[in-house]
Ligand binder design. Structure first.
Ligand code: S3P
Length: 173
């Protein structure tokens, strides 16, 4: 069984996923990082030089491959949910955890990590965050477990995830 982490940009998917994997001794995969390594290019550069569609194809191909693995924690990019084939594959042998927080917190975090989110390089990023979130709400709702990461205490968040997982799958925990 895999653990798949979805959610909007800057909800903490990478940091939480890595910590969770370490805690339960599972392999950790971050899809954005893996795409960057394979393409030898940053996500930002892939978006600006090859376009979003190309990025989505790379992402789909990677999901296809890694969803065949077992016992991995997979942190995904915020847009992975947009394609039903990605979610079908990830759900097949994975529990899906959605991390969430408020738009204002997302903005604060992306401003802190300046320039690495091509979709938010807009004149009014808060409006952009709200608009994209609204469009994606229905997709993020597909998760099995929802965790609020506004209070970003990684250890607490990991504990909460493990508690929710064991409530959901008592037989395997
Ligand atoms: C995207 C989120 C990013 C990255 C790309 C597109 C999105 O990942 O995959 O910039 O569509 O929400 P993070 O969620 O890790 O920021």
């Amino acid at each position: 069984m895999n653990i798949v982490i979805i959610g909007f940009m800057a909800t903490g998917k990478t940091i939480v996923g890595r910590k969770l994997a370490k805690k339960i001794n599972m392999e950790f995969i971050d899809t954005d990082k893996l795409i960057e390594q394979k393409e030898k290019m940053s996500i930002n550069k892939i978006f600006s030089e090859k376009g979003e569609d190309c990025f989505r194809e790379l992402e789909k191909n990677l999901i296809k491959k890694i969803s065949r693995k077992n016992n991995v924690v997979i942190s995904t990019g915020g847009g992975v949910v947009l394609f039903s084939e990605n979610m079908t594959r990830l759900r097949r042998n994975g529990i899906v955890i959605c991390l969430k927080t408020r738009p204002e917190i997302i903005l604060r975090r992306v401003e802190f990590q300046k320039g690495i989110r091509p979709l938010l390089n807009k004149s009014n990023p808060l409006k952009e965050i709200r608009d994209i979130l609204k469009k994606r709400e229905v997709y993020y709702k597909q998760a099995d477990i929802f965790i609020d990461t506004t209070d970003f205490n990684v250890n607490k968040i990991v504990k909460k995830i493990l508690k929710e997982i064991s409530a959901l799958t008592p037989a395997i925990s």
